[in-house]
Design a protein around this ligand. Structure first.
Ligand code: SF4
Length: 373
């Protein structure tokens, strides 16, 4: 705290000084103030403040979980320009399409292992419909009732529900009754149409994404939120994105965690766009912690950042580094992320967290504490 006070006292920008005072007094900062942090604050200033907020809420506790992913397909009806992962239906021979049996076999590989969550997301396949996925939910739950199913981005859900001629509420209720427990945060990208129309013009728009999550919250399903940053968006678009999430969270309190996702430029239509620097990444984590004052958790997805940078985020507002994953996802490795075969044992995750003097705690998907290490 002393170092923080000293840092603020020595700050010569009176606006930044005032904003820091508000954060320490637990007052909400405005969109203009969020933008001022992006444009004018230095990294030590942001890190110190974000760490202050993180330690006020969570102390040194750093969460992880034991999970695995199922990616049913990378065949997709959409063609987002930043996507390195999908293949159009016409080129489906270059991609993969898992059958019901393939996916149940993946679940069975974890029989007797202490995983608590399966995370299911993939491309939007024109032939994998709502009934197919409802059946998958039922079969997973029949095999392993204790496994929490976190599945399907708002993009996948929107397509399935429209094809089935169901409203968001009807579709979500149907999948929830079949076994879907919560939603991940993907597909949010950048909500603002100035950016979204350039990078992901044909899928659900920002308002639709927010409406899907609001509907899930009203049905009692918790969800996460993401932001794909570091491409063609400006700081204004990032703050606008976070402002929309903050407003929705004020209404529903249904979000658990916010996950900034770094744009990677390998093998996609935006390969000419340079990637953000590590200091820009840390700035974004810190400002997210300061701006999203009603989000309980900030998560760094370690396969995307790499292990050392994930450790670094723990000093910039992050209190969760996701899960063991067990080499069960291709989304980020195909985009050129640091980890080509992402898998960590519980011991490795615990060591990673302890190396930076934090307290590792295994959680379930909804942040119930399971084991303190
Ligand atoms: S980002 Fe998702 S919706 Fe867009 S093309 Fe890739 S898989 Fe399809």
């Amino acid at each position: 705290m002393l170092a923080l006070e000293e840092l603020i006292t020595n700050e010569t920008d009176s606006d930044l000084k005032r904003i820091a005072g508000k954060i320490i007094a637990e007052e909400r900062i405005s969109a203009e103030e969020g933008l001022a942090l992006y444009e004018r604050a230095g990294l030590p200033f942001l890190g110190m403040l974000a760490n202050h907020v993180r330690e006020r809420i969570h102390g040194d506790t750093t969460y992880f979980n034991r999970n695995f992913h199922i990616e049913p397909t990378n065949v997709c009806v959409y063609a987002c320009k930043f996507c390195s992962y999908s293949r159009l239906y016409a080129h489906r021979d270059e991609g993969w399409e898992l059958s019901m049996e393939n996916m149940l076999d993946i679940v069975k590989q974890y029989d007797g292992k202490p995983v608590t969550e399966v995370h299911i997301v993939g491309g939007v396949h024109p032939k994998m419909n709502l009934e197919f996925f409802a059946e998958l939910m039922r079969k997973i739950k029949a095999h392993r009732p204790d496994l929490h199913i976190k599945g399907f981005t708002a993009v996948e859900l929107d397509y399935m529900f429209r094809k089935a001629k169901l409203s968001m509420e009807e579709g979500l209720r149907y999948l929830n009754e079949a076994g879907l427990d919560s939603l991940p945060g993907g597909g949010a990208e950048i909500f603002h149409p100035e950016v979204r129309e350039q990078i992901a013009a044909d899928k659900i728009d920002g308002d639709g994404w927010l409406k899907m999550h609001e509907t899930a919250h009203r049905l009692g399903m918790q969800t996460n939120a993401t932001m794909l940053y570091g491409h063609i968006e400006s700081y204004y678009h990032r703050i606008d994105h976070m402002e929309k999430l903050r407003q929705l969270q004020d209404r529903t309190n249904g979000f658990n965690t916010f996950i900034p996702l770094k744009f990677r430029n390998k093998d996609n239509e935006m390969s000419h766009v340079p990637e953000s620097s590590v200091s820009e990444d840390m700035k974004t984590y810190a400002i997210a912690r300061l701006y999203l004052d009603n989000f309980p958790h900030m998560k760094a997805y370690w396969p995307m950042l790499g292990r050392q940078n994930a450790q670094l985020t723990l000093a910039f507002g992050v209190n969760d580094i996701d899960g063991t994953i067990d080499d069960s996802t291709k989304i980020y490795s195909m985009a050129g992320s640091e980890e080509q075969s992402p898998s960590m044992s519980t011991e490795q995750l615990v060591t990673l967290i302890k190396q930076v003097k934090r307290r590792p705690v295994e959680r379930d998907t909804l942040y119930k504490e399971l084991t303190v290490f």
